[in-house]
Design a protein around this ligand. Structure first.
Ligand code: C2E
Ligand code: CA
Ligand code: CA
Length: 685
């Protein structure tokens, strides 16, 4: 078990953890090198363009048009929506149209200079980091300079459109030059993004290029039309302007939509789908060295509380602030997503298992520092489950599932951070073996059920039987449920196991009279399952048992997990007549809160209060009060762990409804129970 580090209330920068140092610096160096190279290439090529242009002259440039287009370029560049830049295809700005137009009216050098000035201005206005400004300026200058070189190669110096018919070679030159501008820009940008996102150039191209590139292409394609119609008269400019604006808006809209398909609208983080894709390309990356990394699944601990107390608006703001905190705390190269509700996921690429755990612990400490939202300090707290790549899975679903199981443990043990691996920790070696056996036990039919009667305290009639799972292990003999239920809960096995119990018990129930109900224990994980309620109702229908004959026992701690989903399942079941009992009442963390928030039918007072109630006055008083409390809330009360006649007597005196325990009957097979129920209607009276 990983213990969360003591909370430091200072912002620690995970970027500089010792373990991370190497990798982060490496990526930094590659990036700096790449940006430097682009800048040098850009300067060299622009110098060449300048030399050629100054040597060969630029013919009769329409300087009025040059001025108008320059103004338009600067306006559109500085007004462009910066967030669109995040789309992998980069910028869609109308400025491309004007820059390429400037080139086509015979001023390649002027085009580059104006575009560079506009870019620098907009980057400075947007307070972008210096290296980003350098890169963007270099990239754009390089692309335009490449286009200019193509025009020179076609021996075009000065305006492309000189009036009269356009020679075919010039038409081709326009197309080729535009394509080169477009291609250079795309390739240079894609390579940078590939470095930034730690993937290959090809996968970057494949993933995100088609859409935004076609937008850029459209903006470029307008330029020749613009120039050919406006070179002689500016009168047509407004018309072309309208068309340009429309294409620009459409392109923006398309990019925005593709952004929305991949992002959560509330937090702007990636959504589940995009996260899985990202995870997929991480595990499937073609590299020679074995990559390592980790996946976290995070869940806020007290989100529902915040939402209920402070309203959904504040709840939304908490999620946004939490997302910002996540982004601010994690290294740049991590992928952060919102899976839905208050559940988030993180992918860290590169660090080994120990470093991944260290990042998770620091993150947890950082997330413990209260968020300031709408004027409130809110400490929503988080539970983090960690899985390691490749130790815990080779596919996105395996890794996510392992992290999810670990997160569930972190919630359950309130330990903050849990790693999937702890299941295999040395002191639990025996358990791991057991887990392996458990997996095949269902197929090998090693499970069976025992039933323990519950009686009506007043009349002594058997009203209900509780199904209790038994496992006959081929070597270890009878393994008590306390040992394997918890194991099954940590894996997906609890689903099939509960299904088995329900199906078997519903079948056995036909051996008992109709007035006897069936109680089945269900685990928290079952209630989380969105299909659970439906499958229980299906089973009831298939075994032709009335839903009112079934009672599901749930423990309070199961309700602490994702209360909304749990409540949904419970409401669905109760709506159809199934009864719900809170098991082990009094031992949970929030017994009374549970009663306030959930409508149930029954509480089962934990046996620790019952067994010694005849000797312990305090226990007796607690039991008395709990019975009264339950009755005031309109709930039935079951006392479990009744081991003596004295306790049963006491329960009768305080008005407890139902009793269960060794004194009444020990759990046993359905045949014995059926014999008892039919022969002796009353066990005690
Ligand atoms: P529980 O739900 O509290 O079940 C009652 C447990 O108390 C049973 O232990 C039962 O044998 C024991 N018990 C009954 N009367 C007395 C008594 O007078 N004194 C004492 N000291 N104990 C008594 P068991 O069968 O070992 O089950 C332990 C736990 O395992 C159960 O506690 C329940 O939480 C879990 N469990 C059992 N079957 C299932 C199942 O099918 N599904 C799930 N999810 N959990 C199960
Ligand atoms: Ca129970
Ligand atoms: Ca119990």
């Amino acid at each position: 078990i990983m213990h969360p580090t003591t909370t430091s209330h200072q912002m620690t920068d995970i970027d500089t953890t010792p373990n991370d140092h190497g990798a982060a610096h490496q990526a930094d160096r590659v990036m700096a090198w790449y940006i430097g190279t682009t800048a040098v290439l850009a300067v060299a090529l622009v110098a060449l363009v300048a030399r050629i242009e100054l040597a060969d002259g630029h013919g009769s440039v329409n300087w009025t048009l040059f001025g108008v287009l320059s103004v338009l370029l600067i306006v559109t560049e500085t007004q462009s929506q910066t967030w669109i830049r995040f789309g992998a295809g980069g910028v869609v700005t109308a400025s491309w149209t004007f820059a390429y137009s400037l080139m086509l009216i015979g001023e390649p050098l002027g085009a580059i200079v104006v575009m560079a000035v506009a870019t620098i201005a907009s980057e400075i206005a947007g307070k972008k980091p210096l290296r980003k400004t350098i890169f963007n300026t270099s990239q754009i200058s390089l692309s335009l300079a490449m286009g200019a070189m193509v025009l020179f190669a076609f021996d075009i110096h000065g305006p492309v459109f000189t009036g009269g018919d356009l020679p075919t070679s010039r038409g081709i030159a326009i197309i080729v030059s535009g394509a080169v501008v477009f291609g250079t820009n795309g390739i240079v940008l894609c390579k940078l993004l590939a470095i930034l996102e730690n993937t290959t150039f090809m996968s970057m191209m494949r993933d995100s290029f088609a859409l935004s590139m076609s937008a850029d292409a459209a903006m470029l394609a307008i330029a020749p039309i613009l120039v050919s119609t406006t070179q002689s008269t500016l009168l047509m400019l407004p018309l072309i302007g309208v068309a340009t604006f429309f294409v620009y808006q459409t392109a923006r809209h398309a990019i925005q939509q593709s952004h929305e398909a991949d992002h959560d609208p509330l937090t702007q983080l990636l959504n589940r789908r995009a996260f899985s894709n990202r995870l997929d390309s991480f595990v499937n990356a073609e590299t020679t060295v074995q990559r390592t990394g980790g996946v976290f699944v995070l869940d806020l601990d007290r989100f529902k509380e915040v939402n209920d107390r402070l309203g959904h608006r504040t709840g939304d703001h908490v999620l946004q602030a939490f997302a910002q905190r996540l982004l601010g705390t994690l290294p740049d190269s991590t992928t952060v997503a919102r899976l839905g509700g208050d559940e988030f996921a993180v992918l860290v690429e590169g660090p080994d298992a120990d470093a991944v755990d260290a990042i998770a612990r620091r993150l947890h400490a950082e997330l413990d520092v209260p968020l300031h939202v709408d004027g409130f300090p809110i400490s929503a707290g988080s539970s983090i489950g960690v899985s390691h790549y490749p130790t815990h899975g080779h596919s996105p679903s395996e890794l996510l599932h392992a992290a999810d199981v670990a997160m569930y443990r972190a919630k359950r043990f309130r330990s903050g951070v849990e790693c999937y691996e702890t299941l295999g920790a040395s002191q639990q070696k025996g358990r791991v073996a057991l887990l392996g056996d458990l997996t095949s036990a269902l197929d090998r039919n090693e499970f069976h059920l025992h039933y323990q009667p519950q009686i009506d305290v007043a009349s002594g009639d058997i009203t209900c039987v509780e199904a209790l799972l038994r496992w006959d292990h081929p070597q270890h003999g009878a393994v008590p449920p306390g040992e394997f239920i918890a194991l099954a809960e940590q894996t997906d096995l609890i689903g099939p196991l509960t299904d088995f119990v329900l199906a078997q018990a519903l079948q056995d129930l036909h051996l008992l009279p109709d007035r006897v109900r069936l109680a089945v224990n269900v685990s928290a994980r079952n209630l989380q399952d969105r299909h659970f309620a439906g499958s229980v109702l299906d089973l009831l229908a298939r075994h032709r048992v009335a839903p009112t004959r079934l009672e599901l026992e749930i423990t309070e701690s199961s309700l602490a997990l994702d209360p909304e989903r749990t409540a949904g399942t419970i409401d669905h079941l109760r709506g159809s007549g199934v009864r719900i009992a809170i098991d082990d009442f009094g031992t949970g963390y929030s017994s009374f809160a549970t009663l306030r928030e959930l409508t149930v039918d029954c509480i089962k007072i934990d046996r620790s209060f019952i067994t010694h109630a005849a000797q312990q006055r305090r226990d007796a008083r607690i039991v008395t009060s709990l019975v009264e409390l339950a009755h005031r809330l309109g709930l039935d009360v079951v006392a479990e762990g009744v081991e003596s006649a004295e306790v049963l007597e006491l329960l009768r005196n305080v008005g407890c409804d139902v009793a269960q325990g060794f004194f009444i009957a020990r759990p046993s097979s359905i045949d014995k129970i059926a014999g008892t129920v039919t022969s002796v209607q009353r066990i005690t009276a």
